[in-house]
Design a protein around this ligand. Structure first.
Ligand SMILES: [Zn+2]
Length: 507
């Protein structure tokens, strides 16, 4: 049994992206997919081809550019969905069609309005249809944890017979608990005669906070593929957090005798990238990737760690990609020092990129005495944000007056695509409102602001402020992020970032 693999199926770009208010561009999805390839996940679910032209395009692009992992598209059990999934996937080195249908009584009656036999026929026909396009077919009976067991056995047996090579058992509503789920997986193994012809997979949601534990219980029962998202993103309370599942298998190899193909040192860089791109901050106490995951506050613990790391640390932070060196850079640091630090943090800037970052670094070092890893990460991510989206409009200049006796007033200058500079001014209820109104006078993209958040990147009064906003209009929801030592400037940058995305989406 030793060294048997658990396949890691990442659905950050499908289930994760589906969650409220993410809305990524094709370029951003490609950046995430390339990082997932470096992380070493076995399968990337790149989207749901039939759901929108944007999803279709993202799958096509990822299928063309990302060659090591299997690339999957979701498809309902209807012909057109399966054809569209294949259409998007056909250039992939290793394509997979993932088809699903509801199987629980409550879903059958209330959503599909079909009887169980009709659903079984649709599932079989769809798997057969998918199989004509490609060999690798996954089937999911949606809401499997609330599905009648006898029916579930028959459905699984019939779809394997029709050619499904992976059978996924989703806890769609996050209802099960570890002992019950383990039992259900064991029963499926014992009662489906041809189950050895398919890989058994699970897809758990976190509505009761059990998603990772349920996934692990299923692995103990014999599941050999786990689906989930980086940082536990996903519908509602999210999917199983992949980093938690991966590190549980890795850390407790003594119990499981199993491994994954994941390069664990890429976990932290992946988490950071996904958080940057989606604008979903990782909570500080989040397992594995939260800022406090390896921070020991208690004196007794700190003393123990200094004497011997394993006293209070079950994982080496470096194994999950946290850098060990907390060396601080400053005004006098040179290009070479910056480059080597960035490399230790998992970035590999080329010369052009390094020059651009170095300028931003010098500017920051003037405003702020010490530049920490968190500052560098923030610099890199704001740099990437500009590279990853096509910027139609650039913020050239922003100036604000405000105070308790003044009417907040902002003057803004924006550089247009044709190199024309446009300046306008506005008053507002506060300085940020004034800036946003001035920008609105220049760039006429109607929208409403649905979220505004300021975080400080590091401690101290001179810390970088990181602003995350979401705006909404007829084309969708768009996230925008910006950082600067001045939070008003950071707010202006975040707004420009979101507007540029809205602009890309409307083209
Ligand atoms: Zn799901």
């Amino acid at each position: 049994m030793t060294n048997e693999k658990v396949l890691i199926f990442d659905t950050t770009l499908r289930d994760g992206e589906q969650s409220a208010g993410i809305g990524l561009t094709v370029e951003e999805k490609l950046v995430v997919a390339k990082q997932l390839e470096r992380l070493g996940v076995d399968i990337i679910e790149a989207g749901f081809a039939a759901s929108s032209p944007g999803d279709h395009e993202a799958i096509t692009t990822i299928a063309r550019e990302v060659k090591t992992p299997i690339i999957a598209s979701l498809a309902r059990c209807v012909e057109n969905d399966i054809d569209l999934a294949w259409e998007a996937l056909k250039k992939a080195a290793r394509p997979r069609i993932h088809t699903f249908i509801s199987s629980s009584d409550v879903h059958l009656m209330d959503i599909l309005n079909k009887d169980p036999e009709q659903v079984l026929t649709m599932a079989v026909k769809s798997v057969e249809k998918a199989k004509k396009h490609c060999d690798d077919v996954e089937f999911s009976p949606m809401d499997a944890t609330r599905t009648d067991l006898e029916y579930l056995y028959r459905l699984i047996e019939a779809t394997i017979e029709a050619g499904a090579t992976t059978i996924n058992v989703p806890d769609t509503v996050g209802y099960t608990i570890p002992s019950e789920f383990r039992k259900r997986i064991e029963l499926i193994k014992d009662n489906v005669p041809n189950i050895d012809k398919a890989v058994l997979s699970v897809h758990c949601h976190n509505d009761l906070g059990n998603a990772a534990a349920n996934s692990i219980a299923a692995v103990e029962a014999g599941a050999r593929q786990v689906e989930g998202c980086i940082n536990g993103l996903g519908e509602r309370a999210g999917n199983a957090s992949l980093e938690e599942v991966i590190m549980t298998i890795h850390t407790r190899e003594d119990i499981f005798g199993l491994t994954t193909n994941v390069d664990t040192t890429e976990i932290y860089p992946t988490s950071r990238l996904v958080s940057d791109i989606t604008g979903f901050i990782v909570q500080p106490n989040k397992a594995i990737v939260g800022a406090n995951a390896f921070r020991h506050a208690s004196g007794i613990h700190q003393d123990g760690i200094i004497k011997q790391r394993t006293t209070f640390e079950i994982m080496d932070p470096q194994v999950v990609g946290w850098s060990s060196n907390s060396l601080v850079l400053g005004k006098l640091s040179g290009r070479a020092g910056l480059k080597s630090r960035l490399e230790q943090l998992g970035y590999s800037p080329d010369d052009t990129e390094l020059n651009q970052i170095f300028d931003a670094f010098k500017e920051l070092a003037d405003a702020k005495r010490e530049i920490t890893d968190a500052d560098l990460i923030s610099l890199m991510s704001s740099h990437r944000r500009h590279v990853d989206i096509k910027e139609s409009y650039k913020l050239d200049h922003v100036q604000v007056t405000c105070g308790d006796q003044q009417i907040p007033t902002a003057t803004v200058t924006i550089l247009f695509p044709d190199d024309k500079l446009v300046t306008d001014a506005s008053t507002g209820t506060g300085p940020v409102d004034a800036v946003y109104k001035a920008i609105n006078r220049i760039i006429e993209i109607p929208n409403s602001l649905t979220e505004f958040r300021v975080d400080s990147v590091t401690e101290g009064i001179d810390a970088l402020g990181d602003v995350t906003i979401r705006i909404k209009n007829d084309d969708g929801t768009f996230v925008g992020r910006g950082s600067d030592t001045d939070i008003i400037v950071a707010s202006a940058k975040a707004y420009m970032n979101a507007l540029n995305r809205a602009c890309v989406a409307s083209q």
